[in-house]
Write a protein that binds this ligand. Structure first.
Ligand code: NOJ
Length: 528
């Protein structure tokens, strides 16, 4: 077993494949396109890619409705393309992770088609079926992600099936050992092809209460008022976060560790509080990483962020590695959500994310300071949030194509982009690569500094000072002084300034004199 897993101190880059680079002119990003951008990603210095779903799917939820767990979606390429991506990325020191969707399949997956054929189908028990209540209504009060009943009536068999997301995404029945065996085999299939790990979709789902009890009502404000869990007035007590799921991850972890190079299991652990997240690390014997939504949803204020970091580090087991992210394909981008379009704050956010101990997760385009698009509803492509269907922001706004240059297709496509290009053409890779002080240059410098100071380690974090206007901490050999204020402020810290979020490396304050922090500036100093 390795004592220095590659994700410790590493940078993970999340590619929304359809929006990254089109290789064949059909307006959709694909694997060949991504391969053509590997040199750029190597230049950026990242360690691994997490690809948004790549498997065949009817795309009711852009790949989160899988119809074949061993294939590649024809829009994105072929299995050979994926193999090629894995080996070409490896040559550049970059690992490739896939998105695995074990909570549900597509309703077009052969298992579900079979299961639906009748109550005596051998696949029936792969899914969650239940008879109606005596009045014919759904088996319980659970609601799906759109706020509609989580049960769809199957007339033929006279039963309902469960879906925590769309009716086209029936939930698998993890009480059935055959489902476990299927996913063991699926994971082996990909690990044998050189896939370095999985981001596990709905990692806090999988098991459902065996008695299918009603969820209790709740009117609690969760995480700074945002209800990331228990939406639509119900607590997700019986359909998520069931205790049985932890044994699945212990099992997966044991299997992972039997491999010569331990694959990474990174959970989409969508829970509201840090004390609900920590159990997914177990005694450091379950998932090696779990996304920290309590941190992501914290307001961009020093006390709130620092509190989430402190709570996380206190709650996680010995040896655990945190992962820090500000954006993903389901949320408004951090440049919009946290920084409200203020570049100084976006840069500050990067400096913080990149210097906290553990793994730094970048969502494509964030390294440019990409903000959310404002895509008109008629051009929305995401069925789950179409028409504000599930009462949340339109996810398409955070999924706009990458701008590589100022050409008409932005270097993304020679065809018609599947989602409109971001409006601001100045936010593009070519221009930012040409500038020594761009956000891209800053992110690259941060990654280089991480590689130098943190590689293979979860740095030791110590909070030095937190107030409304600043957050000071040490992380390994670095001291980070982060201004959360629009006013300049003098700080008294020791160390040699090595990087500033405001200027990258130019114009750093001289060592020894107390620096004056510019508004929203993070100054990184080195003591060793
Ligand atoms: C979480 C994924 O990130 C999201 O995009 C998807 O809609 C749901 N899980 C359902 O798979």
């Amino acid at each position: 077993m390795s004592h220095s897993p590659w994700w410790h101190g590493a940078t993970l880059y999340h590619v929304y494949v359809r929006s990254f680079q089109d290789g064949d002119g059909d307006g959709h990003g694909d694997l060949r396109g991504l391969i053509s951008r590997l040199d750029h990603l190597q230049w950026l210095g990242i360690d691994a890619l997490w690809l948004s779903p790549t498997m065949p799917s009817p795309n009711h939820d852009w790949g989160y409705d899988v119809s074949d767990y061993r294939g590649v979606h024809p829009d994105l390429g072929t299995l050979d393309d994926l193999d090629d991506l894995v080996s070409q990325a490896r040559e550049r020191g970059i690992r490739v992770m896939l998105d695995l969707v074990p909570n549900h399949t597509s309703s077009e997956h052969p298992w579900f088609v079979e299961a639906r054929s009748g109550a005596d189908s051998p696949y029936r028990d792969y899914y969650v079926w239940a008879p109606p209540k005596s009045d014919g209504s759904a088996p319980n009060n659970w609601l799906d992600d759109t706020g509609e009943p989580a049960w769809t009536w199957d007339k033929k068999s006279g039963e309902y099936y469960l879906h925590n997301f769309l009716p086209e995404q029936p939930d698998l029945n993890w009480w059935n050992p055959s489902v476990h065996a299927e996913f063991d085999a699926v994971m082996d299939f990909w690990f044998d092809r050189g896939i370095a790990g999985f981001r596990i979709d709905v990692a806090n789902g999988l098991y459902k209460d065996a008695q299918l009890r009603d969820n209790p009502k709740h009117d609690e404000a969760y995480i700074y008022g945002r209800e990331v869990q228990g939406r639509y007035g119900l607590q997700h007590l019986y359909n998520f976060n069931r205790p049985e799921v932890h044994e699945v991850y212990r099992h997966w972890r044991r299997r992972a560790e039997r491999r010569p190079e331990t694959p990474l299991l990174l959970g989409e652990t969508w829970v509201a509080r840090v004390d609900e997240l920590a159990p997914y690390y177990g005694d450091n014997d379950q998932l090696q990483l779990g996304f920290n939504f309590p941190f992501i949803f914290a307001p961009f204020e020093a006390p709130a962020l620092a509190r989430m970091v402190a709570e996380s580090l206190a709650a996680f087991p010995e040896g655990a590695c945190p992962i820090w992210a500000g954006s993903n394909h389901d949320l408004p981008r951090m440049a919009t959500r946290w920084a409200e379009g203020d570049d100084r704050r976006t840069r500050l956010a990067h400096a913080v994310l990149a210097t906290l101990p553990g793994t730094y997760a970048l969502y494509y385009g964030d390294e440019l300071g990409m903000t959310d698009s404002d895509i008109p509803a008629r051009l929305h492509r995401d069925p789950l949030t179409a028409g504000e269907r599930n009462g949340q922001w339109p996810r398409d706004n955070a999924r706009a194509p990458m701008r590589w240059d100022r050409t008409p297709g932005a270097g993304f496509t020679t065809g018609e982009p599947w989602l409109p290009l971001p409006e601001d053409e100045s936010v593009n890779v070519t221009d930012q690569r040409a500038s020594a002080t761009s956000t891209l240059a800053l992110v690259r410098a941060l990654i280089a500094l991480r590689n130098e100071k943190f590689a293979g380690e979860v740095a030791e974090y110590r909070e030095v000072e937190v107030s409304e206007s600043r957050w000071v901490y040490t992380s390994g050999p670095l001291t980070v002084v982060a201004s959360f204020s629009a006013e300049p402020q003098r700080v008294d810290v020791a160390g040699e300034p090595v990087l500033s979020s405001a200027t990258v490396r130019e114009d750093l304050p001289a060592a020894g004199s107390p620096p004056v922090l510019r508004p929203w500036e993070a100054l990184l100093l080195c003591s060793a």
